[in-house]
Design a protein around this ligand. Sequence first.
Ligand code: GLA
Length: 352
Amino acid sequence: MTVSSPGRVNIIGEHVDYNDGFVLPFAISKRTWVDAKRSEKFVISSRGYGRVEISSLKKTGKWTDYVTGVLKELESSGFKVPPVEIKIWSDLPAGSGLSSSAALETAVAFAISELLNLKLGKMDIVNISVRAERNFVGVQCGVMDQYTAVFSRKGQAMLLDTMKITHEYIPLNLNGLSFALIDSKVKHSLSSGEYNKRREETRRVLEILKKSSYRDVKIKDLEKISDTVLKKRAIHVLEETKRVVRAAEFLRSGKMKDLGELLYESHESLSELYEVSCDETDFIVEFLKKNGIIGARMIGGGFGGNVLVLDREEKIKRIFKKMSDEYFKAFKTKPTLMMIESDDGARIEGRD
Ligand code: GLA
């Protein structure tokens, strides 16, 4: 039996999902498919990365950790996982801010649950996948990616409260506009440490302020933070969370220009205050802004990957062409453009 799980884009709310913030993601129609069956040995095979036999559920530092991490977390949750063969294929690009790792983890957890009749609920799949990423892969991620991969619905964005772990759907009515992705072709590796460093910095701010959550922190409180780097990080968290709440209102009321403006503000904050952008994604966003595109910003963990763009499809395509030439001159690489369609979360294939 085959299950699949989608990648995601996040309209706004970056690097706040591990700081009790709000985020506004939706699943896209680029997915990872997983087929699991019982076997003599543990075998993981992927159309893109080849076939690997696993002798023990140990960390290897390779792509298979996303899979073995899930199997290991299932075992830690008390489920006995017998040897299985797991086949994987995907049309979701890896390392480009579209959350290919969460798609893989949630699909594997779901597939094993179905195969062994573990009856995992949606939230169990999210939790096991998040723990696999944190404990096994080593990225101290928030809950956004795995949650989006499981709970999304086609045609809807989700306003996710990462403190309460609840969400409400907001229809993706863009008033004739479209979302697109521009891939900078700069690959990031979240496990490179910068991600965990940001998480640590924002945690340190709470420690200094003696608060347990960013929900209890006001901008004024940050006067007590003398370290300028820590202060910048915390300002991003507080302002980005506010932007998400406003963005959700703008999406509900169809105020696309206002939404676009917030995307630019978010990008600037990620670039200047949170320092997770890079020259390439800054270049793309600046170019689009100068050429009158309604909104754009880097998405995901950062340090490369994709830029989310909001405007009319025809205009996005026209400006992209111009941008692409300039980008090539500056970075000797061609970016790519993809129009986005929303999609449902994890599902069993062949069943409605
Ligand atoms: C990665 C993490 C998420 C989130 C984003 C940044 O995608 O997996 O939990 O923190 O980065 O918003």
